[in-house]
Design a protein around this ligand. Sequence first.
Ligand code: SAM
Length: 413
Amino acid sequence: MAPLILKPSSPAHGGAAVARDDGKVWLVNYALPGEVVEAEPRGRQGGVAVAAATRVIEPSPHRVAAPCPYFGACGGCQLQHAAYAHQLELKRQVVEEAWSRAGLRLPPDTAVLGMDDPWRYRIRGEFEALATAGGWRFGFHRMRSHSVLPIDSCLIHDQRIERALPAFARAANELQLQDLQNLLLTVEPAGPGLLWRMRFRGREPRWPRDEFAHRVAELLPESTLLDDAMSLEFWDLTFRVRSDTFVQTNFRQMLVLYRTALDMLAAKSDERVLDLYAGIGTISVAVARHAASVTAIEENPHAVQLGRLNARINSARVEYLPGKVEAVLRGIRLGQHQAAILDPPRAGCEPAALAELIRLGPDRLVYVSCEPSTHARDLIGLVRGGYRVRRAAIVDMFPQTYHIESVALLERS
Ligand SMILES: C[S@@+](CC[C@H](N)C(=O)[O-])C[C@H]1O[C@@H](n2cnc3c(N)ncnc32)[C@H](O)[C@@H]1O
């Protein structure tokens, strides 16, 4: 059979490039727009044929050699074969396309804020456990698969996380632990703390937890092993973080994201602000320094508990209302808040949440999103509800991967 030759022309969300061949659309992984590649079919995804580039016939000037030995097999990164400046340009095009599909124009002055050093940025990583002939190993899911690829290094994680993996595996082997599922590690950006949580398949068995922690600590003398909470410090603020609550994985860019969002929000000292999907209150507390008060809404009870603690630690005027945004907003009276910031998960906002926000009608909304398609969908909903998009920015929280974080400022028109 003749090899499949494809000429992708535009980026797709997900890291692939879109090619058309005889009227048929292909999503080509590991290819860049403008290239000619030999590709192998790899099934379908959402009704579209998928292929993987196996040989580059005409490379893009933006192509680089991927530095990670697992690139191509590991499901973690999709864009290491693109020069970093080009990754940012591809992400801008994906956002522009998502907005245009929703009927919106991405403001031409939208900043794309990348990292000076787009490696070793993750302070949190979740690793799957794999029982091998040589004992337990940790790794990631393979690309588009549930099988696990054991790894020894990961260039997008903090080096302390990479170094911790063999220690956890060794202690698990020495204590002959069974049924491991995964390991979540989070490191303190400015301290020695290493927060860990291990999950088992099925119910957690009785296991020598203290002995295990003691052995890992012996193997990692430079880290302080923590199993409850760790500290996150920025802008003279201190936060407690736990494994069961959300934290931005890219700490260095988190500061850029928050600065961008806070600048857009431009809260005044007499304004009351809503922080929706508030997590442990990192944004709420930072906003509260410039505003009269912040009302934080969050559904995860662990995050609410930690958010209240974080507000106290920082003497911040933040009040938590626990529950789902779409439900809690119903209980809020008109005219109470002048501005709102929202940072929902990838699924975006429930229609009822948008409707409530439109009913309350704060003057300014800053919408932070980690999924361009739901961002664009919700923004057009808000535009139909009487808002106008004033500014937007893309902050690269996830270099080397397809994930995209974008922020928009809306004003009531
Ligand atoms: C992307 S995180 C943002 C957290 C926070 N803004 C930060 O920067 O750390 C989304 C948060 O929304 C919460 N969440 C998800 N769906 C929700 C809903 N329907 N109502 C309230 N909170 C929700 C999650 O528990 C999570 O803490």
